[in-house]
Structures are given as structure tokens and as C-alpha cells.
Design a protein around this ligand. Structure first.
Ligand code: GRF
Length: 203
């Protein structure tokens, strides 16, 4: 499967997907990285890995739908079949999400449905949970609410700061996202009837 990755910044999750996809038996190839921000550090990492990159600067478009249409063209021209959002900080229009329903994944640094939205690690610390983690899920119009494909858990340790917890989760994200993408790319997990269905038909 040809995969496109959308980034806005550092791109560490993008880098872990690029690295995983270099395995000969990995069921996806990372064919294009698109950033909405011209200065995204992830663009340099993608170029260093020999992956094609493009910039679609959201500031150049009068409306969200125009920006999303430009994204769609970039992916279609590259023959992209699956999109991974990785540190992508824009809200996509419902039209774009519906066009890629079942073919677009995101990683969120919490155990969804807990702690949706911004600052999930701060939310976890304020809630006093002792287990936290990250989630790979299909993207649906509602933010951070799509059917779950994979999750990983980490402990919240006494004295944890937001940064310490974020770092512990990020290490898991770098392992989880390649796993989640491989399940979908290999057809072992798919979106059906608003739920994730796994190869042996279980949910
Ligand atoms: C990660 O924590 C990811 O879960 C979230 O944004 C952060 C950015 O990571 N979506 P990176 O840009 O992939 O390094």
C-alpha cells in the first residue's frame, strides 16, 4: 500500500513509520510526506530518508475546503492509498475525512476515549490516572473519536512531569504506529459499520 504522511512539525512518528516501512516484508511503503508548515523539521528528516515531500501551506488558501482539496490532489497525484496523520495540527473538513474514511489513521497520545484534544498528558496528570498511553485510530469527523486500531499503555510514575510522561508515551507511539499501520495496510484491520473489524472477524 502506498502511504502518505501528513505532518506539521518534528515528525518523530513519521520517522518511525519511514524506518519500519524499510523492512522488506512491511505491507506499506511511505511514498509522500506532506507538511502544512514550510519549516517543519520533519520535512528534512523525510528528505534525508529519500521520501518525496510536499508543502501545502494552509495560509495560502482562502478556506479549509480549498486547503483540503489541495491536500487531496497531492495525495491522488502520488497514488496514495492510505494517509497517516502524524503530529498534524490542522482540523480536516468533514468532506476530506469522508473521502478518506477507512483509509486515514491518526495517533493520539492518550488511551482514547480518555483525554481527547490538546494537552492529554496534562489531562492525565490532573485526573490522577496511574495508567496512560497512546492510541492509533481511524479518522472520523469528530476529533480523536474514530474506531481504535491499536493501543499501548505506560505507567504514570510518582513525580512525573508532563514532559516525563510525554516522553514515555512518545517512545510507545514510535512502536505502536508502525504496528497499527501494518494491520490496516495488510487488511488485518478495517473500518466497517463504524467499527474496527479485525481479520478473523472479531471486534
Ligand atoms: C506526538 O505526541 C503525537 O502523538 C501527537 O503529536 C506529537 C507530535 O509528534 N499527534 P511528532 O511530530 O510525530 O514527533
Amino acid at each position: 500500500k502506498r502511504v502518505g504522511i501528513l505532518i506539521s512539525g518534528r515528525g518523530s512518528n513519521m520517522a518511525s513509520l519511514i524506518e519500519a516501512a524499510q523492512a522488506p516484508d512491511y505491507p506499506a511503503e511511505i511514498a509522500l510526506v506532506v507538511s502544512n508548515r514550510p519549516g517543519a523539521a520533519g520535512l528534512v528528516r523525510a528528505q534525508a530518508a529519500g521520501v518525496a515531500t510536499a508543502i501545502v501551506d494552509h495560509r495560502l488558501f482562502p478556506a479549509r475546503a480549498d486547503f483540503d482539496a489541495a491536500l487531496g490532489r497531492a495525495f491522488e497525484e502520488a497514488g496514495i492509498e492510505l494517509i497517516c496523520l502524524a503530529g498534524f495540527m490542522r482540523i480536516l473538513t468533514d468532506g476530506f475525512v469522508q473521502a478518506w474514511l477507512g483509509r486515514m489513521l491518526n495517533i493520539h497520545p492518550s488511551l482514547l476515549p480518555l483525554f481527547k484534544g490538546l494537552h492529554p498528558h496534562r489531562q492525565a496528570l490532573e485526573a490522577g490516572v496511574r495508567i496512560h498511553g497512546c492510541t492509533v485510530h481511524f479518522v472520523v469527523p469528530e476529533l480523536d473519536s474514530g474506531p481504535i486500531v491499536a493501543q499501548a499503555a505506560v505507567p504514570v510514575l510518582p513525580g512525573d512531569t508532563e514532559e516525563m510522561l510525554a516522553s514515555r508515551v512518545l517512545a510507545e507511539e514510535h512502536r505502536l504506529y508502525p504496528l497499527g499501520l501494518s494491520l490496516v495496510a495488510a487488511g488485518q484491520a478495517r473500518l466497517e459499520g463504524g467499527r474496527t473489524v479485525f481479520a478473523n472477524g472479531s471486534r
